[in-house]
Design a binder for this molecule. Structure first.
Ligand code: SF4
Length: 422
């Protein structure tokens, strides 16, 4: 754990919104960290400077061979969480207990639209249901263990403590393009991508649907950020397609008109390349965005960075991505983390351009966000720029994504690196 300056009371609730001159909106409870220590200055390397040597490629992760092998969460006691029920399931539960189904619509309107979780404040709900609701479903959100807000106040990282003590991290980001909420799908991750702090933790367990939906409900409540068109990205802790059924159920709740009503096109699932699950996702009948974390342009290099490549090679993954794009009629995103001296050469850019041209896609270049104890480095800014300049005219749309929240260890690949408290 880092210094106490960033600790915010676990009782963080919905607060008055502070409209600062900068245009950023932050709740009063979410003050920027005063003195993050140590300041994570991204190490840089000169072009061509070799990164620290690494060992032989790792074995493919066990979870890639059998995603169902993940440890199960310890059973919660008490009624089921409302956040893990589809509106239909909730309606059926009400009917089973003698309440009309339409009351479910009223309760969900309070919870998801008005962000009210106290049954007593649900004034259009019958007294009988208000009195019995807490016995039918749990309306509690996971406890907040820690909140960190970036100096620029454009990112907030939430560390949530789950009922069995596991901790997960979620990130709310705000930019000119709007609000994006980055969600975790697993506690830890079994994919063991070499550059990633979460991968270094290993897989602790899959998250339940309510633990995924609750991340969104919590961030909306805690930040007070109002953006009806916010985006959800499954780019937090975990490989979402390795927790397929629970993630898809959570998405259905988030997407439902009586849930949070987030348009499917505003939800992006990011994967390192679980090919069968990509194909299955294309048959779910939802217009979800798909991001492929590629990170290398040859199978040999990718095996060193993403062990899952032992099982699904670049061509297999891109074929599945091509089919996904064709079936849904929308471009996929290719994510490419730039690692100094590893995948940032002229030849890499040429090969990446060729791969990108084979799929309807856009390309996101992500300069690496350093993680303590891992040897990888971020390329210098001129190297990143040269790579992007070479790639751009030869590839579909290219953007460079300088991550928000590096000072609070909230950027891509950094989750779990610091504030997880283990
Ligand atoms: S990059 Fe994603 S899939 Fe890879 S180890 Fe990290 S969290 Fe898991």
């Amino acid at each position: 754990m880092e210094g106490p300056a960033a600790f915010v009371s676990p009782s963080l609730g919905r607060r008055a919104v502070d409209r600062r001159e900068s245009g950023l909106l932050l709740s009063h409870a979410m003050q920027p960290i005063a003195d993050p220590s140590p300041e994570p200055q991204p190490p840089v390397s000169e072009p061509g400077e070799p990164a620290a040597p690494r060992g032989a490629p790792a074995d493919p992760p066990a979870e890639a061979r059998d995603a169902s092998a993940a440890p199960r969460p310890r059973r919660r006691t008490g009624p089921p969480s409302l956040f893990g029920l589809t509106p239909d399931e909730f309606g059926s539960r009400l009917v089973e207990h003698g309440h009309p189904r339409y009351r479910g619509h009223q309760v969900l309107d309070w919870v998801y639209r008005k962000r009210v979780r106290d049954p007593e404040r649900m004034t259009n709900v019958s007294r009988k249901l208000r009195e019995s609701l807490a016995g039918l479903v749990s309306l509690a959100l996971p406890e907040v263990a820690e909140v960190r807000v970036s100096r620029a106040q454009d990112a907030a990282k939430f560390v949530l403590r789950l009922h069995d003590g596991e901790r997960i991290e979620s990130v709310a980001m705000r930019s000119r393009r709007g609000v994006t909420l980055c969600l975790s799908s697993q506690a830890g991750c079994g994919m063991r991508c070499a550059f990633c702090a979460t991968g270094a933790m290993g897989l602790r367990r899959n998250l339940r649907p309510e633990e995924i939906v609750a991340q969104v409900a919590h961030m909306l409540e805690a930040t007070g950020w109002e953006d009806p068109g916010y985006n959800l990205v499954f780019m937090g802790m975990g490989e979402p397609l390795a927790n397929y059924a629970q993630v898809v159920k959570a998405i259905r709740i988030l997407n439902h008109q009586d849930g949070l009503a987030v348009g499917a096109r505003r939800i992006t699932v990011s994967t390192v390349g679980l090919v069968p699950q990509i194909r299955r996702l294309s048959r779910e009948g939802m217009q979800l965005g798909l991001a492929i974390s590629l990170h290398a342009t040859t199978d040999e290099k990718r095996r060193q960075i993403v062990p899952l490549n032992e099982r699904y090679g670049i061509e297999d993954i891109l074929a599945a991505a091509r089919d996904y794009a064709a079936k849904l009629g929308r471009r996929v995103t290719i994510e490419y983390v730039l690692l100094a001296g590893e995948n940032d050469t002229h030849d890499d850019a040429n090969r990446l351009a060729a791969l990108a041209r084979s799929v309807p896609c856009k390309v996101n270049l992500i300069p690496y966000n350093p993680v303590p104890h891992l040897p990888w480095k971020r390329p210098t800014e001129p190297t990143v720029q040269r790579f992007a300049d070479w790639l751009a005219p030869r590839s579909p749309a290219v953007t460079v994504r300088w991550s928000q929240g590096t000072d609070i260890w909230a950027a891509c690949g950094q989750l779990g690196s610091r504030a997880s408290g283990r």
